[in-house]
Design a protein around this ligand. Structure first.
Ligand code: C2O
Ligand code: CU
Length: 436
């Protein structure tokens, strides 16, 4: 990415106001929208969104509450909504052809699920997602802790990129085979969208909920103007908050950061590049908070985490194959494959007995990184020393790299397991597991 390919932006999008789920059901309408992706004053963009905007409204509830959402499809092709990272009933998972029928134009479907975990999640179309998400069909889903941490601002930061012309048109070719064989559809313009877009004060304590909503781009992010800790990955609290450094987000990954504002000027979200860092977005700082007493950053209360029985865990391997500059697996029928298989067949990768633990070796035998996402569960990333690390729903595996994950398959149903680079998913990098 060259710096001149990125247009500089100074203002975050005007995002929809926070929606409280007081009276059910809440209507979530997928429809064509006009977005201001380019800087204010530049041309607008015809996109897709929810309830009049992209990103869609913030869906926010308390842990244990029920989301009752009536989804209405007013775009000109079928759709469905997936609640990314939520460990909910299979029938509510929003995967057409697997957990429900596609919701046709003009039709509706009511999703109803209890939010078991507090944390930062998101929702997005799961039908032809490489195109519908690229066009804007996504939004944040926030589940609050019973006692939220003591912060002055709770801010959502969605990081996205778009392939867009200077006239504001999204560039066609969402199924470009060359893109799919490489890193996917990478945008020429990127931003961090902050919600709500209000100034903070120096000395305030903020919670930043970062979400990579891009279809294919991995974002390294540097944060300026704050001092704090990472407290959660993919919605799940870290027992020991970590230093904020080397933040790297595969598509769909999240991080929660609690930090004190140290700048008198701005909090900046920076994309480091070789020549010149690129400013993705910022939060203005105005005035000072002189009353907050200095204190350490506490860990968030944990969500439920079943300890895996490692001695009896099933051992599996998931090998990523294909793509440009690699020899394809002899049996693959599309650009990408997992264990020699492109796309879904009638046979799952594995049939688990409910509650069974598995250790899955993710082997990346390709020239590209992949972010592997499992539906309906979180899993531990196993560290190089064998210890169980972060509890995530999406794991980034570098080109040529290997990572073990450990998962307790305790949520019954049929669950997708796929690369969240959506162009890779479109071109075969997906499979499924059955839990019964
Ligand atoms: Cu974000 Cu198959 O999902
Ligand atoms: Cu991939």
């Amino acid at each position: 990415m060259k710096r001149r390919d990125f247009l500089i932006t100074t203002c975050a999008a005007a995002l929809a106001p926070r929606i409280a789920l007081a009276s059910a059901p809440f209507d979530l309408v997928a429809q064509p929208v006009i977005g201001q992706i380019l800087p204010e004053g530049d041309p607008v963009t015809e996109m897709l969104g929810f309830n009049g905007s992209t990103p869609g409204p913030v869906l926010r509830a308390r842990q244990g509450d029920t989301f009752d959402i009536r989804f209405l499809n007013q775009i000109d092709e079928g759709s469905a909504v997936h609640w990314h990272g939520l460990r909910i009933d299979n029938a509510m998972d929003g995967v057409p052809g697997m957990t429900q029928d596609v919701i046709e134009t003009g039709a509706e479907f009511t999703y109803s699920f209890r939010a078991p975990d507090a944390g930062t999640f998101w929702y997005h179309s799961h039908n032809r997602s490489w195109e519908q998400v690229a066009k804007g069909l996504y939004g944040p889903l926030i589940v609050e802790e019973p006692t939220p941490p003591d912060v002055d601002h709770d801010l959502i930061v969605m990081i996205d990129d778009w392939r867009i012309t200077e006239a504001g048109a999204l560039v066609d070719g969402f199924e470009n085979r060359h893109d799919q064989a490489h890193q996917g559809r990478l945008g020429n313009f990127a931003r961090a969208l902050v919600e709500p877009n209000t100034p903070v004060r120096r000395g305030d304590r903020v919670r930043l909920r970062l979400i990579n909503v891009a279809t294919d781009r991995i974002f390294p992010i540097e944060l300026e103007g704050i001092d704090g800790k990472i407290v959660a990955f993919d919605g799940m609290p870290l027992p020991n908050p970590q230093e904020v450094s080397n933040l790297l987000f595969a598509p769909a990954q999240r991080a929660d950061i609690i930090a004190d504002v140290t700048s008198a000027d701005q909090i900046a979200f920076v994309f480091p590049t070789r020549d010149d860092p690129y400013l993705l977005g910022k939060i203005p700082v105005e005035g000072a908070n002189t009353t907050r007493q200095p204190s350490g950053i506490p860990a968030l209360p944990p969500n439920e985490q079943k300890q895996p029985d490692l001695d009896n865990a099933v051992a599996l391997t998931l090998t990523m194959q294909g793509g440009a500059m690699s020899r394809p697996a002899s049996t693959q029928t599309d650009i990408w494959a997992l264990n020699g298989q492109s796309g879904l067949t009638d046979t799952p990768l594995h049939r688990f007995e409910r509650g069974q633990a598995a250790r899955i070796r993710l082997v990346n035998d390709t020239r590209f990184p992949h972010g592997i996402h499992l539906h309906g569960h979180h899993f531990f990333e196993v560290g190089t020393d064998g210890s169980l690390g972060a509890f995530r729903d999406t794991s980034l595996v570098n080109a040529g790299g290997t990572r073990d994950i450990v998962c307790v398959f305790d949520n019954p149903g049929n669950w997708l397991l796929h690369c969240h680079m959506l162009g890779h998913q479109a071109a075969g990098m997906k499979t499924w597991v059955e839990v019964s």
